[in-house]
Design a protein around this ligand. Structure first.
Ligand SMILES: NC(=O)c1ccc[n+]([C@@H]2O[C@H](COP(=O)([O-])OP(=O)(O)OC[C@H]3O[C@@H](n4cnc5c(N)ncnc54)[C@H](O)[C@@H]3O)[C@@H](O)[C@H]2O)c1
Length: 311
């Protein structure tokens, strides 16, 4: 039986644990620094089992001992920006959280595959990679699955068709510079450009880029967690079942797409090893330029993280 640990029992972490439990993908351990809270959520989840019909063993904890020998660890710990806090302050705080969490995770579960969710995503995946000392195929960031899911939702709503028939791939960094690839966007195999007029498509691309902010604005407090947790769980399932699906994930590019040694969203084959390989697709010149711009933004963020962690 697989063992899956979720670090951070906030909105994303707790909902991830719930989805994992409901899918019976393995034993689930939920860890947070807040005393008693993960224990309470784990007990509540276990008590849903008889009603919902699952037997998943769920443990809540504040200690890494209970996470020992996990197969997969999903990292969602972090804080949201508070009033008066600069972007760099947030970056430093979350980088320190992800660094310390990852060091403890790596010690307890040296063979685990890490799925990073904490923001800013690409930079936090880089921090986890450095702090764990794990090979690159075992450190993967979740963003592209979520961004693509948002794009797919908007397309399905526009065309009034099932989301199941809509395929889309969003590459690049998780932020304003993400790159929805129209050449990979199809509805039941039909290229999207044959179905949606350019101005409507442009509007959906922009809405996808602003997808996180749209939810924040509506929720007033906190950010999205249903779709983010669904996306993280899709990656967990794909890895544990060795499905080898091609999912857009933040992975370490080593020359692919002309990106040297940087974590950025690219189409990745996920299987039991974690990242099995990166797929290189032909991009239009506009998409390539947008990806280059996104890569430059991620590079700058990672350089800032290095400086902040050294100071
Ligand atoms: N990658 C994505 O697409 C994506 C999508 C949604 C949210 N996120 C990010 O995921 C993170 C979590 O979001 P959320 O809505 O669950 O936030 P949240 O505030 O609800 O939960 C965060 C949890 O982390 C815990 N935590 C803080 N420091 C910790 C530590 N050192 N060890 C263990 N736990 C610790 C907190 O106690 C809290 O319970 C944020 O950084 C958010 O920006 C990313």
């Amino acid at each position: 039986m697989a063992k899956i640990t979720v670090i951070g029992a906030g909105n994303v972490g707790a909902t991830t644990a719930q989805r994992l439990a409901e899918k019976e993908l393995g034993e689930v351990v939920l860890l947070d620094i807040v005393e008693d809270m993960p224990q309470g959520k784990a007990l509540d989840l276990a008590e849903s089992g008889p009603v919902y019909g699952y037997d998943t063993h769920v443990t809540g904890t504040n200690s890494y001992e209970a996470t020992a020998d996990s197969d997969i660890v999903v990292i969602t710990s972090g804080i949201a920006r508070k009033p008066g806090m600069s972007r760099d302050d947030l970056l430093k705080t979350n980088a320190n959280i992800v660094k310390s969490v990852t060091e403890q995770v790596a010690k307890a579960s040296p063979k685990a595959i890490l799925i990073v969710v904490s923001n800013p995503l690409d930079a936090m995946t880089y921090v986890a990679y450095k702090a764990s000392g794990f090979p690159a195929e075992r450190v993967i960031g979740m963003a592209g699955v979520l961004d693509s899911a948002r794009f797919r939702t908007f397309i399905a709503q526009e065309l009034k068709v099932s989301v199941e028939d809509v395929q889309a791939t969003v590459l690049g960094g998780h932020g304003d510079t993400m790159v929805p690839v129209l050449g990979c966007t199809t509805v039941a195999g039909i290229p999207i450009t044959q179905l949606v007029a350019k101005d409507r498509l442009d509007a959906m691309v922009q809405r996808t880029r602003d997808g996180g902010a749209e939810i924040v604005k509506l929720l007033k407090t906190g950010s999205a967690y249903y779709a983010p947790s669904a996306s993280a769980v899709e990656m967990v399932e794909c890895i544990l079942k060795d499905k080898r699906r091609i999912l857009p994930c933040a992975v370490l590019a080593q020359g692919q797409y002309g990106v040297p040694g940087l974590f950025v969203g690219l189409p990745a084959v996920l299987g039991r090893k974690g990242l099995e390989r990166i797929i290189e697709i032909e991009l239009s010149s506009g998409e390539k330029a947008a990806l280059d711009k996104s890569v430059a933004a991620v590079k700058e963020l990672c350089e800032t993280v290095d400086k902040l962690l050294a100071s």
